[in-house]
Design a protein around this ligand. Structure first.
Ligand code: MN
Length: 335
């Protein structure tokens, strides 16, 4: 645990400028859950804050309390630049490198505000003034809960704050099934239930909201575009730009597809390779010792966690697939 937090609730109450809360681009459930749990928490305390995220996000997060108050940076960058310039505190949640917030990174990096990073990813950059980081923690939302308990006042955590935190817990742990799930994660969930959070309701709001096109694309991927490699230990799926367009896919629709490969008996590592136009994007998931983050950093300009990482390639889809099939052979000791 890296904890260099020096502020307390009174200092946050008595600041003169703005408090800005942000998270990585294309924010997922943990990123938005973190932002909105802190936003709703501050609201309960009587502290004004503003959530500005770099880009849009999946519509299954739109029910989160406070969603209507979220600002998308790329929709009005100049006016948000002014607000960042005038901020007293900037909370950077669920990321640890300024490149993860696109053009916003330059502004946040040059800001005079106190920059606070709360995060669980590997290899944090050094752009913060204060940090609350535990590498390998289940989720940033679990750390938000601990940060509030340790440095602020848990009395202001209500059901809405709890719903946001619970969202990050279950989205980042695959509903408590990944190895990052600890007894502390489950205890946090139990505390949130005591505050009124209803797990089955949140599960349905998050995961049973599919567009039919998403399920049809998943069917297509699993039927036609999934290859089993390395004697059954690696599953590799891919989607072309044409297929993405044919199925009318929107932000968030391919989220979680990579996990299906791990559902096959014997598979230790699953990859999903998607042509996004300018770049070919990749997701990697593994069980046990296969280091997705190292594999991605060494071959596909990416990083992340041991069992979950992302990457990107400027090659064509076919070249990327061929490269994957070739380089995966160098990691047989982990399979
Ligand atoms: Mn996260």
């Amino acid at each position: 645990m890296q904890d260099t937090i020096r502020h307390n609730l009174d200092q946050l109450r008595n600041h003169s400028g703005k408090i800005i809360i942000t998270a990585h681009h294309k924010p997922d459930g943990d990123a938005m859950g973190s932002c909105l749990s802190l936003y709703n928490y501050f609201k309960n305390v009587g502290i004004a804050s503003k959530v500005i995220v770099p880009t849009d996000y999946a519509s299954n997060l739109n029910w989160l309390p406070g969603n209507d108050d979220v600002n998308i940076y790329e929709n009005n960058a100049p006016s948000f630049d002014d607000e960042i310039d005038n901020a007293d505190y900037i909370f950077c949640l669920d990321f640890n490198a300024l490149s993860r917030i696109n053009q916003m990174g330059e502004k946040v990096g040059g800001s005079n505000a106190v920059v606070i990073v709360i995060d669980h990813h590997q290899s944090p950059e050094d752009f913060d003034n204060e940090r609350f980081i535990e590498i390998g923690a289940s989720s940033t939302c679990e750390l938000i809960y601990r940060y509030i308990n340790k440095h602020l006042d848990p009395a202001f955590i209500d059901e809405k704050v709890g719903q946001c935190i619970y969202t990050g817990l279950i989205t980042d742990t695959g509903s408590f099934r990944f190895s990052s799930t600890t007894s502390s994660t489950i205890r946090t969930a139990a505390d949130l239930m005591d505050l009124g959070v209803v797990p089955d309701k949140i599960y349905r709001l998050l995961f049973d909201q599919n567009r039919i096109e998403r399920l049809q694309l998943l069917g297509h991927l699993l039927s036609n575009n999934l290859e089993i490699l390395e004697g059954g230990k690696v599953a590799m799926g891919y989607l072309s730009l044409e297929e993405i367009e044919q199925f009318d896919i929107v932000t968030g629709d391919t989220e979680g597809f990579v996990n299906y490969g791990l559902g096959i008996a014997g598979v230790k590592m699953s990859a999903l390779i998607i042509d996004r136009g300018p770049l070919v994007k990749m997701s990697f998931r593994s069980v046990d010792s296969f280091p997705c983050n190292i594999f991605s950093a060494e071959n596909f300009n990416g990083g992340g966690h041991k069992n979950a990482a992302g990457g990107a390639s400027q090659d064509t889809l076919q070249q990327t697939i061929d490269k994957f099939k070739s380089v995966i052979q160098n990691y047989r000791e982990f399979l």
